[in-house]
Write a protein that binds this ligand. Sequence first.
Ligand code: 5GP
Ligand code: MN
Length: 347
Amino acid sequence: MSTISELKELLAQPRQIFITTHHKPDADALGSSLGLAGYLRKKGHSVTVVTPSDYPSFLAWMPGNDDVVVYEPRRNDAQVREIIGTAEVLFCLDFSCLGRISELGEYVRQAPGTKVLIDHHQEPEAFADLDYSNSKAAATAELVFEVIRDLGDQDLIDTGIGECLYAGIMTDTGSFRHPSTSRNVHLIIAELLNAGINLSDVHRRIYDSHSEERLRFLGFVLKDKLVVLREYNTAYIAITADELRQYHSKTGDTEGLVNFALSIEGIVFAAVFIDRGQAIKISFRSVGDFSVSEFSRRHFDGGGHHNAAGGISHTPLNNTVERFLGLLPQYQTDLVTAPLAVVPPTA
Ligand code: 5GP
Ligand code: MN
């Protein structure tokens, strides 16, 4: 891990700064980016946040959202290449390998500016000049808070910045229930409360802003698409492109589905497969010892965290699910005998 004094030195004069985060940003990805952007702007830097794709509308309330440049290869490739090519500092937040930011990955790799990684995923790729990644952190937003604090600027964290960071920590800890919810996390939340954040507002904006259609879609998925495999303590959901169309599914509408599969008593491994047209996007979750990041890395070109990971498949949905089902027997012992003891909380 790099020392904070190196970053302090880098930011000692006004800089042209680029911030990006992973494909289909979630609340931690966007909250970390906009929280950091708000802080850096207060310090007099010129900041552009670029996301590699669009993101759910329930994140649009975050201060700074209106200035986000959403990368669309056919619309603004030249503009984004220019932003990346001229940036003096490039912050990469909430992803650990450049493959997670699609076309932007190569642009960032080749950019002449100083690359700074702030992330909490396992096995970070060595592409950054300064690396503040820590896989024990509950959220990238937790690390962004610490970076700002360690730079001596905690007093610049206002309500807007605080609510962006809170959103990231709240969602990545599953509303403070995952084992990653350490004492440190709660102490940081106490500091954010001091900065004036409104917990209930943030929670409501993110979790209670569904469209009626999304709820009907959820009903359909739970009734007709959920498959429970008791012999493997596993549950999964596979959604076709036609079904997404039928329910006019929008970005973010499938988020959280995997947690319903995992919420069944006795289930320790859950998967959701979604046919996104170009590829099948997969979400994995587990409770206890079974490592979904390892499973995903080994079989589905993915990764993430011990109990929450993602992956990708380039074969049709049916084949992908069949391949998944074919893998389960070799993990049966782990899945059936795995103690439910959770990973010890981190400091
Ligand atoms: P989700 O299932 O919510 O998309 O992702 C779960 C976790 O795994 C998140 O922390 C996410 O950043 C990470 N993740 C999702 N997809 C991928 C992937 O394809 N590769 C890697 N390395 N991580 C992923
Ligand atoms: Mn995260």
